[in-house]
Design a binder for this molecule. Structure first.
Ligand code: NAD
Ligand code: WQD
Length: 342
């Protein structure tokens, strides 16, 4: 019998590569497409090494519908997970047109081709950024979305709406939007992980590079927020746990469990951790020093957000399993692997 198969767009990227590993472990065939605009083919090789699977990779820009159509013609996948997008919040403010063009066009091309080829099930990478600064914690899927504060955030809201409206209009199409909280860490094998380009904008890659001596000092953006230690609070989710949520979502759509054809799930741990707590835990778990200083608040940062993951726990049968310590150890192992490669 033919194995079920999934097209993973953006599969050479951070979350996509980890998801490809988990899909293969769960018995799926995987086809990866990526234009390598923010990734390296080494990630696909890493996935092949970890899984021992032959994974077709096509270098293609999802904004190029003709090129993407050839992928649909060539490979017989049942479902799509759409990761391909530009994701830097700050850059999106500087380059809004690039962000709207890339994130919206690639997504609309995928949906249009799914219709054309009768492929029914799609998982979309959404983000907790759609909630903005929430009035109440933790946030559930019912928590109202706030107006987006960046073009990037706006593309996530718009793509959620495009998906909702497409599913309402086109019979047969089913979709799940996963709203990720803050993905961190790397595969336990240290064969794949996050590959930040230039100076990392996100906290954990900045921590690991500082511990490795690549950066001199981490700036903790603000210690005067109304939180217990004054620094911001986030819900840090292990990337392999996050990857498994995609497998659960694909499985759900293939079965008959979902009552609605369009569903949204928060993917977080339910645990809020402050920046200073994270730095201290990283130092303790890995036995390394992270030089850090308190710096002014970063513009646009929200004070605190963490997930209520009950819906994903109950409906997807998914749960975050890795401890923060395991995740921070994996982030450090990956950073050391990168330094060894130099
Ligand atoms: P990433 O940059 O590592 O992965 C995205 C991949 O998509 C990259 O490999 C990039 O080369 C590729 N890509 C971009 N535009 C493309 C295009 N037009 N055609 C083909 N490939 C293209 O980012 P990630 O952290 O793995 O994020 C994956 C998805 O999850 C994105 O949609 C992102 O917005 C979303 N997300 C990420 C986070 C996070 O903190 N990392 C949080 C919430 C949501
Ligand atoms: C985490 C915390 C910073 C760097 C971003 C996107 C969001 C989603 C996830 C995609 C904050 C603090 C950071 C540093 C610091 N991505 N920090 N020093 O901003 O919560 O979310 O990634 O959808 O849309 O906005 O993540 O890792 O940048 O920051 O003190 O050098 O770490 O202020 O409190 P963020 P982050």
């Amino acid at each position: 019998m033919k194995k079920p198969s999934v097209l993973v767009s953006g599969g050479a990227g951070y979350i996509g590569s980890h998801t490809a590993v988990e899909l293969i472990a769960a018995g799926y065939d995987v086809v990866i497409v990526d234009n390598l605009s923010n990734s390296d083919i080494a990630a696909v090789e890493g996935v092949r090494r970890i899984t021992g699977a032959e994974i077709p990779f096509v270098e293609v820009d999802c904004c190029d519908r003709t090129a993407l159509r050839r992928v649909f013609e060539t490979y017989d996948f049942d479902s799509v997970i759409h990761f391909a997008a530009s994701k830097a919040v700050g850059e999106s403010v500087q380059k809004p047109l690039e962000y709207y063009t890339n994130n919206l066009t690639s997504f609309m091309n995928i949906i249009a081709l799914m219709r054309e080829f009768g492929r029914h099930n799609i998982v979309f990478s959404s983000s907790c950024t759609v909630y903005g600064e929430p009035d109440k914690q933790p946030v559930t899927e019912q928590t109202p979305r706030k107006p987006a504060t960046s073009p990037y955030g706006n593309t996530k809201q718009m793509c959620e709406d495009i998906l909702r409206d497409s599913i309402a209009a086109y019979e047969g199409l089913k979709g799940i939007a996963l709203r990720y909280f803050n993905p961190i860490g790397a595969h336990p094998s240290a064969q794949i992980g996050e590959l930040p380009r230039g100076v990392p904008q996100n906290l954990v890659p900045y921590i690991t590079q500082t511990a490795a001596g690549v950066r001199e000092c981490l700036s903790v953006f603000g210690d005067d927020y109304p939180t217990a230690d004054g620094s911001c609070i986030r819900d840090y989710i292990d990337v392999t746990d996050l990857a498994r949520a995609h497998v659960a979502a694909i499985g759900r759509m293939a079965g008959d469990k979902n009552k609605e054809r369009y569903e949204i799930f928060n993917v977080g741990t339910g645990r809020g951790v402050s920046v200073l707590e994270l730095v201290t835990r990283f130092e303790q778990v890995n036995g390394v020093k992270v030089n850090h200083k308190i710096a002014p608040r970063r513009e646009g940062d929200i004070i605190a957000i963490w997930a209520d993951p009950t819906l994903a726990n109950e409906e997807l049968g998914w749960q975050a399993t890795r401890t923060l310590d395991e995740t921070l150890a994996s982030a450090w192992a990956w950073e050391k692997h990168l330094r060894d490669m130099e």
